[in-house]
Structure formats: C-alpha cells, structure tokens
Design a binder for this molecule. Structure first.
Ligand code: 13P
Ligand code: SF4
Length: 388
C-alpha cells in the first residue's frame, strides 16, 4: 500500500495559538530550571531513567495529538473523555504528568485527590478554543438571557475544551460537561432538563451534534457572538432558538474544507472520509464517518486491508495512524500541514525536564484549580461521567 504523503508546509503551518490574549504566551513560558537541548542524544534514555526512578508514584497521560517522541512514554493514551476517566481512576499516583493541553490538566486536577499533583510539562500548552469563552463573557450572556426571562428554560453545556471557570459556571447552573465522544448523550440529558441549551464554546460540535444526532434543523440553532451586544442576536431569535451556540471554534479543525472532501473523493474512488466533529458543518455533512480521536483510531483498526481513508484531524495522529496501518491507504484531508501548535509544545525536552525535576524532589508546573471553582466544575464533570 502507498506510504503516507506529507502535506505541504505553509507559512501558517504551526497555527499561532495560546492562552489568553497575550501573544507573548506563544513564545512559551520560562522553565524555572535547565531545559535540555532538543539535540541531546540522551533524551530518550533520560526520560526512561526518570520514569523508572519515579515508578508507581508517577502516571503519564498522553492525548492522541501528542508527538510520537512524547506519546511513547505515556502510560495511557486517549481522547479527552478517556483521559478524564483515567485521571479519576488513579488515586494512588502521586504525580499525574499530563501530556496534553491546559484544560485537560485542569480537569484532571479537579477529578484527582488533594494528595495528588497534576503537572503540565509546558504551561504554554493552552487551547485557543478554550480561550474563546471567558467567565465574564458567559456571565454577561447569562444576564442577557435572564433579562429575557429565559434562564429557567436554558441548560448550559460546555465542551471539555473550556476553562475550569466555565465548567464551574455550568455546574452552578444545572448543566454538564461533554466531550466529542459523548456530546449526543450529554445533549439528550440536557434536553430532558430544559427546552433550550447554551452550548459553549465550540459552535461546530454543538451544531453538528444537534443537527446530525438530535435531528434539529439548522434554523433551530443561533450563534451567540460574545463580542457583540446581546450576542448580535435579536430578542426574538434568542427566544425561538432551541440551541444557542457560542461563537467559538478550533483553528486546527477549521482548516478542513468541503473542497478538500470533494477533491479527495475525485482523486481516490471509494475513499472513506473520516473527520472530527470540531470540523465545520458542511465538512461533517459531506464526510462518511464522524467521531472523536478515540473513535477515529478504532475505525482505522476495524477497517479492512486495502481500504482508503482521508482523515480530518490533527496531523500527529493521522501520520501515526498511517504508520500503524501500512496495509491501508491513510491520507491527511488537508493539503497543507496542520498541527495543533499548543499540543506540540509538549516535546521531549519539556517531558524530560518535568520528570527530572520530580526525581530531584521539585514539582514543576503544577496545575491547581481553586477549591470553589473545582467544587462547581466537579458537579458538571461528574454529571458527564455518570451519563449512561
Ligand atoms: P478528543 O480527543 O476528545 O476527540 O478531542 C479533540 C481535541 O480537540 C482535544 O483538544
Ligand atoms: Fe484546542 Fe483545537 Fe488544539 Fe484541540 S486541536 S487543543 S480544540 S486548538
């Protein structure tokens, strides 16, 4: 079968993402210590030795978008849902090193015990989508809905890709967290509690799930723009909508287009187009299969030899799938490189640095959610974990 074709580089290959609106955060944060050089030939050996020295005190979680050089050291790999479950299921590990992004490490901190510490090897590993909804903006939106007398009827649901402050808001207002692997069940639960949903912060996951899984019309959904008064919507639009979508998106998955789907179908007859639900609605509607990163991996495992797959999700994962399935034709759906730059911030030097700091008795980059926020967020996370 043909080998993986690397997409072409572009000037925006590493999308500029970061936490907060501070562009300087993209430059990364200083490690309060010596970061090993990426060229150090002993990095793999050093990571191995530090991991061995820490033994059962350490548990390393790795999201599927992590680099190969990092994922090889993960005790468990998974999508956001599986990693949250795994974090909650390791009460004996003193240190959870989270190779993923900030909101995942926050969720792990909320779900783990006080005696455990969650560590993010590079604090600049944020998520631009999570940054698109701040607590103040969401409070203002809720005030608008309250003034219209709607909040009795609205259940807030937030995608896992949001800050702990947003999860706390949702927990305080009777809602729950969802991930891309349980959004349908989460929304079904929400519509049992109320007539409307405020879906934060990914408009695409919200719209795709409402229309594809729940049978809503596109016209049942409105998009709330937090940068406009009243979300840029009329009172009537807010009153009539069943689904109020926050105007947030993933810049990585936003790169995939309907043109890429049409182009690959023309070029590779019989190709299966498999995309993540963070892609735009027109892309998801044109795809054959849609699902979380874990779903994408399982779909490839179940696929027959000789089948062809064009996959619309982050490049580290798609390249790894291509190498793991040499008997299948695995293609990247976009023509140009598309990494999640913040996921990529966790590289081997940062992992080695974190592990060696732990061995030396220092705790690098602990992620701690304050007690009040953690308590309310946990309500929303527990509701998700309890979904049937
Ligand atoms: P999943 O791994 O849950 O599918 O999420 C993808 C993602 O964007 C993580 O940030
Ligand atoms: Fe955030 Fe998108 Fe990166 Fe996921 S892939 S961490 S949603 S920017």
């Amino acid at each position: 079968m043909s080998t993986f074709t690397e997409p072409a580089p572009t000037s925006t290959a590493l999308l500029l993402l970061g936490r907060g609106s501070d562009a300087a955060s993209e430059k990364g944060v200083d490690c309060p210590g010596e970061l090993p050089a990426a060229s150090d030939p002993d990095l793999i050996e050093r990571a191995r030795a530090a991991k061995e020295a820490l033994g059962d005190r350490l548990f390393i979680l790795g999201h599927h978008y992590q680099r190969d050089e990092v994922i090889q050291f993960a005790d468990v790999t998974g999508d956001s849902f599986k990693l949250a479950q795994q974090a909650a299921a390791r009460p004996d590990a003193e240190f959870i090193v989270f190779c993923g992004v900030h909101f995942m490490a926050e969720s792990a901190d909320i779900l783990t015990g006080d005696q455990q510490t969650v560590i993010l090897p590079d604090l600049a590993a944020g998520c631009s989508m999570a940054d698109m909804a701040t607590r103040q903006q969401v409070d203002e939106c809720w005030d608008t809905l309250t003034d219209l007398g709607l909040t009795e009827d609205v259940v807030p649901v937030t995608y896992m890709n949001s800050s702990a402050a947003i999860k706390a808001f949702v927990g305080e207002h009777g809602g729950l967290v969802c991930t891309s692997s349980n959004a349908q069940r989460a929304l079904e639960w929400a519509y049992e509690q109320g007539r409307k949903v405020l879906f934060l912060p990914d408009q695409h996951l919200g719209r795709n799930t409402a229309v594809r899984e729940l049978g809503f019309e596109l016209s049942d959904c409105v998009t709330y723009n937090p940068h406009k008064p009243g979300g840029g919507l009329t009172d009537e639009e807010l009153r009539d909508a069943r689904m109020i979508l926050w105007r947030g998106h993933c810049s990585v998955h936003g790169r995939f287009t309907l043109d890429s789907v049409n182009e690959v179908r023309d070029r590779v007859p019989g190709v299966n187009v498999l995309v993540h639900p963070e892609c735009k609605h027109e892309v998801v509607s044109a795809a054959d299969l849609v699902g979380s990163t874990e779903y994408i991996i399982k779909a490839l495992e179940a696929a027959p030899a000789g089948s062809a797959w064009a996959i619309g999700t982050e490049l580290n994962l798609v390249r790894r799938l291509a190498h793991q399935h040499p008997d299948k034709q695995v293609m990247f759906l976009d023509k140009t490189i598309c990494y999640c730059s913040t996921m990529n911030r966790i590289d081997l030097p940062h992992l080695v640095w974190s592990l060696e700091e732990l061995v030396a008795g220092r705790v690098p980059n602990p992620i701690t959610v304050d007690a009040d926020t953690a308590r309310h967020s946990k309500v929303a996370l527990d509701r998700m974990l309890a979904l049937p």
